[in-house]
Design a protein around this ligand. Structure first.
Ligand SMILES: [Zn+2]
Length: 84
């Protein structure tokens, strides 16, 4: 039984390790900055929430970057309905 208890504690600790790297709700700006968005270098001035945005359908060279990087590149948030 003692062994079982130890195993349980180890399990709880490993869960805590998995959960702890997740940012808290109050850090929403950090989450947004690290969020991945998609854009097409050279032919687009917008970044997209999803690769499936219809304006990207004909694009082959879709790159994933963070929102922070997208803003640094001067890209604007895609305004297409359904993208975000
Ligand atoms: Zn879009």
């Amino acid at each position: 039984m003692k062994y079982m208890k130890k195993k349980m504690i180890a399990l709880i600790i490993s869960f805590a390790v998995v959960i702890s790297p997740l940012p808290t709700v109050s850090d929403s700006s950090v989450v947004e900055a690290a969020q991945k968005v998609y854009y097409v270098p050279g032919s687009s001035y917008a970044y997209h929430r999803t690769k499936n945005c219809w304006s990207l359908r004909r694009s082959k060279n879709i790159k994933a970057i963070t929102i922070k990087k997208a803003k640094q590149l001067g890209l604007k948030k895609c305004k297409i309905r359904g993208c975000w």
